[in-house]
Design a protein around this ligand. Structure first.
Ligand SMILES: Nc1ncnc2c1ncn2[C@@H]1O[C@H](COP(=O)(O)OP(=O)(O)OP(=O)(O)O)[C@@H](O)[C@H]1O
Ligand SMILES: [Mg+2]
Length: 210
């Protein structure tokens, strides 16, 4: 079982958006996937509760207190995707402890980048004591063709000693629409959004992180 966490102690960077779509992408490829909602805010649960009946989406379960996370190991799944809360250091630390892969979701803005330092520090502290976790930034809401997007994609900003995925998620209404409707971008006509998520999975696969 691979445990993949979407993280950032900064709020609103796109953790739940990335988690729901990556989980659905793996699920639709025939993998056994559980989306763990580690956020007491319950966005992943609300997303699933809004889903139309009969739609083919991964199960969502709530493990939203740090002491509950041990239950992850008892799940029967190929992939567990963990949607983590903002502003919850003890939960973030507990998630980093169990995660095989940690993706730090940021938007291309200084506020998101600076605020991610706390999460990067948690990841580094696991690595420093000999723990294993494959970790990288995942840049979300990239506006194609903007100077800022180019700068962030180019990686000049990244002085955090953490890799950065080459693939990014674009700033597209389809993501907000999918979250609101309880579906994934694979259920909407926007092919660009699907291509984003496919590219992230392909990159993780190529790095043997999946
Ligand atoms: N790539 C995107 N394009 C357009 N809208 C997006 C994108 N990613 C996220 N959003 C929107 O931004 C808002 C915040 O996204 P989301 O809830 O995924 O962030 P979060 O990091 O999980 O937030 P929180 O820290 O509160 O858990 C939502 O309204 C979502 O629909
Ligand atoms: Mg969220």
């Amino acid at each position: 079982m691979k445990i993949i966490a979407l993280m950032n102690e900064k709020g609103g960077t796109g953790k739940s958006t990335a988690a729901s779509n990556l989980a659905t992408a793996l699920h639709r490829r025939g993998k056994r996937v559980v989306l763990v909602d580690a956020d007491p805010q319950g966005t992943a649960r609300d997303w699933r509760a809004a889903s139309p009946e009969g739609i083919d989406l991964p199960d969502v379960i709530a493990l939203d207190r740090p002491q509950m996370l041990g239950a992850i190991h008892a799940l029967s799944a190929d992939y567990v995707i963990v949607d983590t809360p903002a502003k919850a250091e003890s939960m973030a630390a507990a998630v980093v402890r169990v995660a095989h892969v940690a993706l730090v979701v940021i938007q291309p803005s200084g506020a998101d980048i600076w605020a991610s330092a706390a999460t990067v520090k948690l990841i580094r502290s696991k690595l420093d004591v000999g723990g294993q976790v494959d970790a990288a930034f995942l840049v979300n809401r990239v506006k194609a063709g903007t100077k800022l997007a180019g700068l962030v994609k180019g990686g000049e900003w990244n002085e955090y000693g953490l890799d950065q995925l080459t693939s990014t998620l674009g700033d597209r209404t389809a993501y907000a629409q999918a979250l609101t409707d309880g579906v994934s971008v694979y259920d909407l006509p926007n092919l660009d959004a699907r291509a984003d998520v496919d590219a992230v999975l392909a990159e993780l696969e190529a790095a043997r992180w999946l």
